[in-house]
Design a protein around this ligand. Structure first.
Ligand SMILES: *[C@@H]1O[C@H](CO)[C@@H](O)[C@H](O)[C@H]1NC(C)=O
Ligand SMILES: *[C@@H]1O[C@H](CO)[C@@H](O)[C@H](O)[C@H]1NC(C)=O
Length: 266
């Protein structure tokens, strides 16, 4: 029995580690609807992420919210219309339309075109593309948490995780009073939003983020993040960043234009 569990775990790990180098065929479907109220919970901030180059991904990319904030490089296969380098997008929403892997924001779609070409003008619903996951790089900006409006100091703490770098996923979040080893786990409410009804009271708070790093989990420890009088609506700097790249379990991409990290602007 334990052997079966063990092998299942290894298989799962290898599959997720292949994210970086798998080139896939997909299609893009554009809609005028804005991605600003995406299911990841970034709200209006979503459109400022990465210059508005954001996308909704199918459930296998959204991963019940663990895929929120992941970066993808996408290029369309029509070389008369699209640049070879393609674009880099941040996942901010789920795409429930099973005809295409991504829904792109119109800004992202526009950026994918060669100068002077207008993909919109083609009036095509879907484009053939290839894509791969790439690391996110926020150019020196740290991982941050935003206290959500539904929070009630001291017990009910709801946080949104922002500016997540690297190429790994946050799979668990723990919180404790600074200096205490009594950690309380938080649960993913949805998307990039985590909550606990038992937040430690009377003290500044520290956080531990568990990320999938290569083949195993890794703790990222933010030692002093929010003050005792934390307030809803405020963004707090964690003073740490995630820059892990998942280990590759498959062949790297041959085309070097496909191997640059995703530099993100705000
Ligand atoms: C795609 O979605 C439609 C409508 O929800 C459904 O009827 C169809 O079976 C789905 N196709 C696949 C391949 O999942
Ligand atoms: C640990 O923290 C939890 C949640 O903040 C609290 O309910 C519990 O009483 C604490 N336990 C100890 C031993 O301090």
């Amino acid at each position: 029995m334990s052997l079966v569990v063990y092998f299942t775990f290894i298989l799962f790990s290898i599959v997720s580690a292949c994210d970086e180098c798998v080139l896939s065929k997909a299609a893009i479907y554009t809609k005028p609807t804005s991605l600003s109220s995406g299911t990841c919970g970034y709200g209006s901030l979503a459109l400022k992420l990465n210059g508005g180059h954001v996308a909704a991904g199918v459930p296998s990319l959204y991963k019940d919210g663990a895929g929120c904030g992941a970066c993808y490089q996408i290029r369309c296969k029509d070389s008369d219309m699209c640049s070879k380098r393609g674009i880099k997008v941040v996942l901010t929403d789920i795409n429930k339309n099973n005809k295409t892997d991504f829904l792109l924001s119109s800004r992202a779609l526009k950026a994918m075109a060669l100068p002077g070409k207008d993909i919109h003008a083609l009036k095509i619903g879907a484009l053939d593309v290839e894509y791969k996951r790439v690391p996110c790089d926020y150019k020196g900006r740290n991982l941050a948490i935003r206290i959500e409006e539904s929070s009630k100091n001291p017990d009910y703490l709801v946080i949104q995780i922002l500016f997540q770098g690297g190429q790994t996923e946050i799979v668990a979040v723990d919180v404790a009073k600074v200096g205490s080893s009594n950690w309380t786990f938080m649960t993913r409410k949805y998307g990039a939003i985590w909550e606990t009804k038992k937040a430690p009271s009377n003290g500044p708070l520290q956080f531990k983020f568990v990320v999938t790093s290569g083949f195993e989990g890794k703790n990222i420890w933010a030692k002093n993040v929010v003050p005792a009088n934390w307030k809803p609506g405020v963004i707090y700097d964690t003073k740490v960043q995630i820059n892990d790249i998942a280990l590759q379990g498959c062949t790297p991409c041959a085309d070097t234009q496909w191997n640059s990290p995703c530099f993100l602007g705000l």
